[in-house]
Write a protein that binds this ligand. Sequence first.
Ligand code: NDP
Ligand code: GDR
Length: 342
Amino acid sequence: MKTALITGISGQDGAYLAKFLLEKKYKIIGLDRRSSRSDSWRLNYLGINNKIILEYSDLTEISSMQRIFYKYNIDEVYNLAAQSFVASSFNTPISTCDVNALGVLRILEIIRNSKKKIKFYQASTSEMFGKVLKSSQNEITSFNPQSPYAISKIFGHYITQNYRKSYKIFACSGILFNHESPLRGEEFVTRKITVGLAKIINKEIDCLYLGNIDSKRDWGYAEDYVKAMWFMMQKKVANDYVIATNQSYSVKDFINEAVKYYGLEIFWKGKGLTQKAINKKNNKIIIKIDPKFYRPLEVNYLRGDARKAEKILKWKPKINFRKLVEIMSKADIKRHLKVENN
Ligand code: NDP
Ligand code: GDR
């Protein structure tokens, strides 16, 4: 039985990866940080809360992480913990870098000093490409970061490569493009939309306020993507891989696709900041732009080229954009109707 340590176990990817590795008969140690909210809702949602050993620690504190490595015979580390909300990184750049950049180095130092050969996975991101000059991005595309988050992740990415080359540690990075699911945090735009539309239908709110809806992303399904992490860790030689669907859609495309599942018909008026979505049935505005959701610097367009992963890992996404919107919308409609019935 292999033992995996997953940092960020309480997050979207941590929960799905834990479920996947449990199916592969791994023993799972989840690194969790104390919080005033008891936040195991994702593990509960997947029904795996009592199948995981939770250990309290923090990526900013090397000694408590060291204790976990001493206590368990860890084979594989999946470093998914991060301050992962790009918008927040403009408000908290220092703590973002402490966790997302130095946090990676702290774990790599523990592995470097360990007698045991421990494999390491780093959660890198398409945000590192930032303001792109090419129509699609792969493992050799240069980085042009636009946020403290992206810059912190570039440190994590390069230090992972550096430890791989310097100390022959099996250390790989997955450069994952946006991936979503019913377990996505509600502050991210896809979930904000699917939850927001459910609240509009339920008459909890009249209107949803968003930022730059012309922004385009390569959106995949989180459950597909965590499998790619594991595939990378099973290769003989560590390497870095882009994981993406190779398709790009705007936030507005996501809305246009989602409204169908809520029985809504909308039309758009205006441009840029004056754009609004109007309910055809009653002429009421249901989506408006609020400049407060714009970022000081934006990444306008991303589209991945995951041919390397397809060829070497034999990985391909199963869920496309339309199916993803359907899964997320249906899950939030179900959740909100449940609340109403209670
Ligand atoms: P989430 O925001 O859902 O989860 C992040 C996790 O990190 C949470 O469990 C959080 O704990 C934990 N965490 C934050 N700070 C610390 C800390 N100081 N010490 C220990 N744990 C901490 O992110 P996702 O699951 O979506 O993403 C997983 C990883 O993949 C992240 O590193 C993210 O940057 C990266 N990534 C994500 C992509 C995506 O589209 N989802 C795409 C590319 C990369 P808590 O619950 O207490 O906040
Ligand atoms: P992103 O995801 O920044 O790509 O980072 P997010 O869903 O936050 O934004 C995607 C795009 O939508 C635009 N947008 C809005 N975003 C939010 N959150 N709220 C809004 O109201 C809104 N309106 C428009 C954004 O400006 C942006 O262009 C995610 C995170 O998971 C990172 O951790 C990960 O590394 C990257 O994906 C790949």
